[in-house]
Every structure is written in structure tokens, then in C-alpha cells.
Design a protein around this ligand. Structure first.
Ligand SMILES: C[S@@+](CC[C@H](N)C(=O)[O-])C[C@H]1O[C@@H](n2cnc3c(N)ncnc32)[C@H](O)[C@@H]1O
Length: 238
């Protein structure tokens, strides 16, 4: 006679076999990791578009960088989980009429499904000056309080090359900051750790009052992913 817990166990094993069927070993490892990941489960429960929402929530809980009424640029925004967090925190959907209402503009090379409270520039390259011009039109007074970047290139599998490409993308955010970030503003950018991280830190330190490295709990321990949190922006003096 089967006990209920044994029956449940057999059912979930059958479901698991179905999910893994026909997949390569690498794909099977990915499915298993997703199924076991508490942040994936929590993102489904809380209706976030992906688990990365928890990285931003954690950083924002600690540093309070997103305030009601703020204008935020979300670089590499697809599928839109960071924008969901930003919309909540800056009140850009006007959910709380007592609080000032902010602005969220998300940019990505890919399509970003619509989200109440956010403007999206889908199929746009953050590093392209023509994107900057469109962004200026969407931001109130052409100014942002915060630039967020969770951008990442498609990984080639060559660690050094991927690291260098992402650092180059992060450095391009300094041009964007010069155009839209207001004095005193903040920047959060993802990078993959490696030899050029110090160069990026040094370049950020030239124009921000403080720069620190963050590794949120939601960021997988085995990944080289890190974030720089730079605050107190001062414009470059030419
Ligand atoms: C890790 S995903 C971002 C996830 C997002 N923060 C979220 O919470 O939904 C990285 C994104 O960066 C985007 N990306 C990479 N290079 C880009 C570029 N030059 N301009 C705009 N987006 C870019 C990719 O298309 C990808 O969607």
C-alpha cells in the first residue's frame, strides 16, 4: 500500500522525467537548477518576470536608491523584472496617490513586454547615441536620478572575452550618465569579475563620490557576476 507522501514523490518524479525528456545534459542541468532555485519559485509567487528582481530588491533595501518620484533608466531591461521593481519603488504607476509619481524608462536590444508605469525602448542599443536622444525626450527635464544596468552580452563561453565585452558596455554608461544623470545621482551596473574590473572602478571613482562592489545573495555564488554601486555623481569637468 502506497503512503500519500510516496505517491506525491512518484508523481513529482514522473513530472520531472517529462521535463527532462529529450534534453541535452546541459539543458537537464539548467532545468534542475531552475527547479531547485528558491528565487525562481519566489519570482513566480510574486509575479516577477524573472529571479533577477530579487537582486535589485536586495540592493535597494540596503541602499534606498529608488525613491518615490525618482526618474530611473533601466539598461538591458528585458524581460522587465528590474523595471517591475523600479515601478513599485518610484511609484511610476501612481499606485500610491499620496506619494510623488516617478518615471521608469527601460531599454533593451530585445522586445520588452509592456508594463504599467514604464516606457520601454525595445530593439534599442544602450550604447547608441540615437537611443540617448530618445531617452532624453522620455525623461522629465531630460534628467535621471538613477541609472540601472543589468546589461549583459550573449556569453561566448570565453570568460576573458565576455568579461572585456561587459566592461566595455559598462564604460559606455559613463557617456550616458554625462547626458542624463543629474548631479548627486546614482548608477548600479553589473559586471563579470576579471582583470578590468579595477579599471572600471577607477573610471567610476573619477565621477562619483563613492563606489562599492556588491554581490547580492540572489546572485549565484558560482557566477562571476558583481555589481558596482556608484553614488553622488558629479559631472565631468571638461
Ligand atoms: C540579464 S538580462 C537583464 C534582465 C533584466 N534586468 C530583468 O530583470 O528582467 C540582460 C539584458 O541585456 C540586454 N543587452 C545586452 N546588450 C545590450 C545593449 N547594448 N543595449 C541594450 N540591451 C542590451 C540583453 O538583450 C538582455 O536582455
Amino acid at each position: 500500500m502506497w503512503r500519500p507522501c510516496q505517491r506525491r514523490c512518484v508523481h513529482s518524479s514522473v513530472r520531472l522525467m517529462k521535463k527532462l525528456g529529450g534534453k541535452t545534459p546541459a539543458e537537464q542541468r539548467w532545468v534542475l537548477r531552475q527547479l531547485r532555485d528558491p528565487y525562481v519559485k519566489a519570482s513566480h509567487a510574486e509575479n516577477f518576470r524573472c529571479r533577477s528582481a530579487f537582486k535589485l530588491l536586495e540592493m535597494d533595501d540596503k541602499f534606498r536608491l529608488l525613491q518615490p518620484g525618482h526618474s530611473v533608466v533601466d539598461c538591458g531591461a528585458a524581460p522587465g523584472a528590474w523595471s517591475q521593481v523600479a515601478v513599485q519603488r518610484v511609484n511610476s504607476a501612481g499606485t500610491d496617490p499620496e506619494l510623488p509619481s516617478g518615471t521608469v524608462v527601460g531599454i533593451d536590444l530585445l522586445n520588452i513586454p509592456p508594463l504599467d508605469g514604464a516606457h520601454f525602448l525595445s530593439s534599442h542599443d544602450v550604447t547608441d547615441p540615437s537611443t540617448h536622444a530618445k531617452l532624453l525626450e522620455l525623461l522629465p527635464n531630460g534628467r535621471a536620478h538613477v541609472i540601472l544596468s543589468d546589461m549583459a552580452p550573449n556569453a561566448s563561453g570565453f570568460r576573458e572575452m565576455d568579461h572585456e565585452r561587459l566592461i566595455t558596455m559598462c564604460l559606455s554608461l559613463l557617456d550616458l550618465a554625462e547626458k542624463v544623470l543629474q548631479p548627486g545621482g546614482a548608477l548600479v551596473c553589473k559586471y563579470w569579475d576579471g582583470i578590468l574590473a579595477r579599471t572600471l572602478h577607477e573610471r567610476l571613482s573619477r565621477v562619483f563620490g563613492g563606489v562599492r562592489t556588491l554581490k547580492p545573495n540572489a546572485s549565484r555564488k558560482d557566477s562571476a557576476e558583481r555589481y558596482f554601486f556608484a553614488k553622488m555623481y558629479r559631472k565631468r569637468i571638461k
